[in-house]
Design a protein around this ligand. Structure first.
Ligand code: F0G
Length: 433
């Protein structure tokens, strides 16, 4: 069988040459590719032998796993290359601030994969290299997405590299300025919708149909395929010893969906022996998926989202069905963290010298909560995903540190203002020595 779109609900299939995001029954589509008959056969050694590749798409932490991705001709691939992000030992094996992250979570083994180290500063680049390559293969006249900021920055960059016109829909005044600046700088036509992300998401889907634009949100199965490689690369960095748990932030639920699909494929191909459990963490003010989980997924909820973590300020996630299947298949859990817990966890990650944007810190705050609740045992082997770079949202970071003082947040670090004389400088530094 060649690769095809397959409906997760009714099992209808469609060729990948069609422009499709959903099945005729309305359910999201997945891309299925037979992995047993693939040449060369999929083995750990196949991917390990490519670790030295550094040139072009062959050096990408996405395309290294090409046999597990939709087939695309080399001339259509738009790559920077992306991936190859660091895995930080943040548990007892770590040093300094990294070790303190594990202590904060209550975990002895805690490895953090920093997807903020991708070319545009977020994990979105992994899905985007596949989504935009398919746009090139289809000869798309233009591409579009709705975004809380990172998808738009990533799409704008890859579309510019491919030379394809790009439209992004963002909620006006509700995305971090670093992300808006990237999107504008890469030349995307930026449509600020006077409403929230969920409204922008609904509008972009309709506009794409009306105007014949190729949609590159994670409803597009090609995006999910690229995002799977976070898991493949993580497993490879762990020498194919699957962790017990993988913890990640959850908003529109594309990443949760991709992670679960990747883990199931990795097990089906014999790359790993058992499935890790997936823990999806939502901001308490933007937790429709958690509310559904709390009912045993008997009901689907939507909310008006509100959280300091603008990347995951989403009330009606488009990949709900796929993510629900992942939580079920991996005996996973969904939890929430409030904004204060999220910002404190972010400060702990920042202080370790690696840093992340607010949404990413849901991983640490969520792990800490699940350990404290006895759901993740302290001796479990846990991996966490950090999704975006510290500099994406410098306003939130600066505001946190500006609140230093007795009633200020725990880790606030206000700059010293010092007269331009040596005695003044020495007097200012002495208390820290
Ligand atoms: N972390 C960051 C930094 C994100 O930007 C996002 C999503 C998520 C986590 C959640 O991932 O949506 O797959 O569950 N950002 C999207 C965007 C919505 O438009 O950039 P998810």
């Amino acid at each position: 069988m060649t690769a095809r779109f397959v409906c997760g609900e009714c099992s209808r299939t469609f060729p990948l040459t069609e422009i499709r995001y959903r099945c005729v029954c309305g359910a999201p589509l997945e891309i299925a590719r037979a992995t047993v008959s693939i040449e060369p056969p999929i083995t750990r050694a196949l991917f390990d032998a490519r670790l030295g590749d550094r040139v072009g798409a062959a050096g990408s932490g996405v395309w290294r796993f090409r046999e597990l991705l939709p087939p695309l001709a080399p001339e259509h691939i738009v790559s920077k290359p992306e991936g190859n992000t660091n895995l930080y030992a943040a548990g007892a094996a770590g040093t300094g601030g990294l070790r303190r992250i594990g202590e904060y979570a209550g975990l002895a083994t805690f490895d953090l994969k920093h997807e903020g180290e991708n070319p545009t500063g977020s994990f979105k680049d992994r899905g985007m290299t596949v989504g935009v390559s398919q746009a090139v293969a289809l000869g798309a006249q233009a591409v579009a997405c709705a975004s809380t900021g990172n998808t738009s920055a990533s799409l704008a960059s890859y579309a510019a590299q491919a030379g394809i016109p790009c439209f992004v829909f963002v909620p006006a005044g509700k995305i971090a300025s670093g992300k808006l600046a990237q999107t504008l700088a890469y030349g995307a036509v930026t449509v600020q919708i006077q409403d929230d992300f969920d409204a922008a998401m609904r509008l972009v889907q309709d506009a794409c149909v009306q105007l014949g634009i190729y949609l590159v949100n994670s409803v597009n199965p090609f995006r999910i395929e690229g995002q799977k490689t976070i898991a493949f690369e993580l497993l490879q960095q762990l020498a194919w010893e699957a962790p017990d748990w993988i913890v990640l932030p959850a908003g529109n639920l594309g990443n949760t969906s991709a992670l679960g699909k990747a883990l199931q494929e990795a097990r089906a191909c014999g790359l790993i022996a058992q499935l890790p459990q997936v823990a999806a963490v939502q901001a308490a003010g933007a937790a429709p998926f958690y509310r559904s989980y709390a009912t045993g997924f008997t009901e689907r909820f939507t909310v008006i989202a509100d959280t300091v973590a603008t990347a995951i300020k989403i009330g009606d996630p488009v990949s709900y069905e796929r993510a629900r299947a992942v939580i079920r298949a991996t005996a996973g859990v969904v939890t929430t963290v409030d904004d204060a817990a999220l910002l404190e966890a972010k400060a702990v990650i920042d202080r370790a010298g690696i840093g992340c944007e607010p949404a990413s810190a849901a991983t640490l705050a969520g792990a800490r909560r699940l350990v404290a609740a006895g759901i993740i045992p302290p001796d479990a082997r846990v991996a966490g995903i950090l999704t975006g770079h510290l500099l994406k949202d410098s306003e939130t970071t600066a505001a946190y540190h500006a609140r230093a003082g007795v009633a200020g947040p725990l880790y606030a670090n206000r700059p010293l203002v010092v007269d331009a004389t040596l005695p003044a400088v020495c007097a200012a530094l002495e208390p820290y020595l």
